[in-house]
Write a protein that binds this ligand. Structure first.
Ligand SMILES: [Zn+2]
Length: 105
């Protein structure tokens, strides 16, 4: 595949990811994509109407990533969840993963 074409496809994919993850007005995002700046939020799109409270999950995310790291990045989400919740299943005990606890809470 032509390298320039490939880079352009990656750029478009990246733009799509940003659209999917933005918490800003979706209409503004699209307008900005097409070069129109300085617009106001529309007040009608899913993001403008989203009234869920902002929640900082940084510490929780750090705990999860720390656990994954301490499990040497060798296991999937089910086992990681068991270790994080302190489950003493046969598999957790067999792999001595309960020794990783207690984690800071
Ligand atoms: Zn909007």
């Amino acid at each position: 595949m032509d390298e320039e074409f490939k880079q352009n496809e990656y750029r478009k994919l990246h733009e799509m990811q940003q659209y999917a993850n933005t918490q800003d007005c979706l209409q503004q995002f699209i307008l900005r994509y097409f070069g129109q700046t300085g617009t106001e939020p529309c007040g009608r799109c899913g993001n403008c109407l989203d009234d869920r409270a902002f929640q900082d999950v940084t510490v929780d995310a750090q705990k999860v990533l720390s656990c994954v790291k301490r499990m040497r990045e060798r296991f999937g989400k089910s086992l990681v969840a068991q270790v994080l919740t302190g489950a003493k299943t046969a598999r957790v005990r067999e792999l001595h993963l309960n020794d990783l606890l207690p984690m800071a809470s």
